[in-house]
Design a protein around this ligand. Structure first.
Ligand code: C5P
Length: 233
């Protein structure tokens, strides 16, 4: 299993991405989200791949099965390494995405978002009208994801032990909400350190601002990566 740190490129333009990555002497695993993709389009993914970086394209597809299959086909043609859907779209929708990915003959990872970490127990109950506890819902959506044949889920590192114990160690967990010990928490609520994420069993950690806003992004990236992988400096 290739555990790694994924850097969230939450920038508005290609220029900012180019300037940021020029500080890295080696290719890295990047995440391109809606903010950057809806501004720069597929060209930004092509650029990153040309430069040797890996790309998790985080567009969180959520539509009828046929449309999601079409979106997966489009994104697979960009040779991304990871893409995702919303588990709330249901098993058929996720199956349609997975079948399409296989049909395209790509070995990209397809994962789901179980519940957005911004969804509190209160929102679940009062807005989404789901009476079950948040943990049960996350686990049920993760289980639907496995049933549909996807590779894993995005979740909080704190949910990893529960998910792995029910769905197996090989079911991938990709975890944002990571902060090095001394970093600002920002708007994240439940955060863990890279070493804690390792101990909890995360396969990939997603880190944005602690690296993108650092005075020396590469040094911070190396420290986070070593901490997560349990390597010496
Ligand atoms: O800057 P920060 O490290 O908080 O960035 C985390 C990244 O992970 C952002 O791109 C954010 O959108 C994403 N993310 C998250 N929580 C989720 C899903 C994605 O923070 N549940």
């Amino acid at each position: 299993m290739n555990k790694d740190v994924i850097i969230a490129l939450d920038f508005q333009s290609k220029e900012e991405v180019v300037a940021f990555l020029s500080q890295f002497p080696e290719p890295v695993y990047t995440k391109v989200g809606m903010e950057l993709f809806y501004k720069e389009g597929p060209e930004i993914v092509k650029y990153l791949k040309q430069e040797g970086h890996k790309v998790f394209l985080d567009l969180k597809f959520h539509d009828i099965p046929n449309t999601v299959a079409g979106a997966v086909r489009s994104v697979a043609s960009l040779d991304v390494d990871m893409m995702n859907v919303q588990a709330a779209g249901g098993v058929k929708m996720m199956e349609a995405g997975m079948e399409e990915l296989k049909k395209q003959g790509k070995d990209a990872l397809l994962i789901s978002i179980t519940m957005l970490t911004s969804t509190s127990a209160e929102i679940l109950k009062n807005e989404l009208l789901i009476d079950r506890p948040l943990d049960d819902t996350v686990l049920h959506y993760a289980s639907n994801t496995k049933k549909a044949g996807l590779h894993g889920v995005v979740c909080s590192a704190l949910e990893v032990p529960l998910i792995k114990s029910h769905l197996g160690a090989a079911f991938l967990t990709v975890t944002p909400g990571i902060r090095p010990k001394d970093a600002a928490i920002g708007d994240q609520v439940r955060v863990v350190t890279p070493a804690e994420a390792r101990a909890l069993g995360s396969d990939y950690i997603v880190v944005g601002r602690p690296i993108t806003k650092a005075a020396d992004p590469y040094a911070v990236y190396r420290a986070i990566r070593n901490d997560f992988l349990g390597l010496e400096d």
